[in-house]
Ligand binder design. Structure first.
Ligand code: NAD
Length: 264
């Protein structure tokens, strides 16, 4: 029986595909943000490995409803981290590619808003973000929840362990991030982008989380995975697997295109 091949792709070859693509789309995961110091879940220093937090508890909706403290402990540390992080070269490269007309959009599983900070415009945050929030009791939005600084201050002055409460009714606030057990956001938009993609990039994702993991299967064109660890996508026609660090790889892609990543 023939062993399925997992062909790789040189940065200059991806540059050429990007040049020719009419509708290139990127699906990004936690691996694009590890270079910014934000741990992923399944990489060598990921949360599932270090277990400093248990992602199955922190992001589980029923657990949050019965006891939001684990989530807020995580939020306190995550906001401290976000206040000191900046988009990576790979984030900035994607913004640059969009500006140059070579990337139609990004579907991200990340909740760190670093794509927006890097200057990308067409970003579908299917797992939501912290930058909008609402009360779990009265249902009112909390318009001030719009930056790491606000959250960092809110968890600092709250009770110990910190839980941020609604100023109107005292209910528990919940940022609009998607917990395990909740429906993802913008799925039809994400699927639409994937269905029209003549080039679909999977960047820094193990493809272990559905429905994001199914998006490459909708893409009719070439699929290029750039990821350092195992990825749950079988080899197939027009599928390429690059096992390299994203920042280093995209630095070379931009160089081949004569573009610079610039500043965020
Ligand atoms: P994942 O942790 O399952 O997979 C990340 C993959 O990226 C791993 O295979 C890892 O080896 C690889 N990787 C890490 N650093 C890399 C680098 N510099 N270059 C190339 N590859 C690298 O992440 P996922 O697929 O996004 O799924 C995890 C879920 O956790 C998602 O739902 C996401 O919302 C959430 N999450 C988000 C953040 C964030 O917002 N930054 C961080 C952790 C988890």
């Amino acid at each position: 029986m023939a062993i399925p091949q997992r062909p790789s792709l040189e940065p200059s070859e991806l540059a050429e595909l990007l040049r020719r693509a009419k509708s290139a789309v990127a699906l990004t995961g936690a691996g694009i943000s590890t270079g910014a110091g934000i741990p992923d879940f399944r990489g060598p220093r990921g949360l599932y490995v270090t277990r400093r937090y248990d992602p199955d508890l922190v992001f589980e909706i029923e657990h949050f409803r019965s006891d939001p403290r684990a989530f807020y402990e995580f939020t306190r540390d995550f906001m401290d981290l976000l206040r000191t992080t900046a988009p990576t070269l790979a984030h900035r490269a994607l913004a640059r590619l969009e500006a140059a007309g070579m990337l139609k959009g990004i579907v991200t599983q990340n909740i760190d808003a670093l794509h927006r900070q890097a200057g990308s415009h067409n970003v579908v945050e299917i797992h939501g973000s912290y930058w909008t929030a609402g009360c779990t009791s009265c249902g009112q939005p909390e318009p001030r929840a719009s930056s790491p600084d606000w959250w960092a201050e809110a968890v600092r002055v709250g009770p110990r362990p910190p839980v941020v409460l609604c100023a109107r009714c005292g209910g528990v606030l919940k940022p609009d991030i998607v917990f395990f057990g909740e429906a993802v956001r913008g799925l039809s938009e994400a699927e639409g982008l994937a269905r029209r993609a003549d080039l679909f990039l999977v960047l820094g994702s193990s493809l272990a989380v559905y429905p994001a993991a199914s998006l490459p299967l909708h893409a009719p064109g070439k699929v290029v995975v750039v990821n350092k660890g195992p990825v749950a996508l079988p080899p197939g026609k027009d599928r390429y697997f690059v096992e390299q660090a994203l920042d280093q790889y995209f630095e070379e892609v931009l160089e081949a295109l004569g573009l610079s990543a610039g500043d965020a």
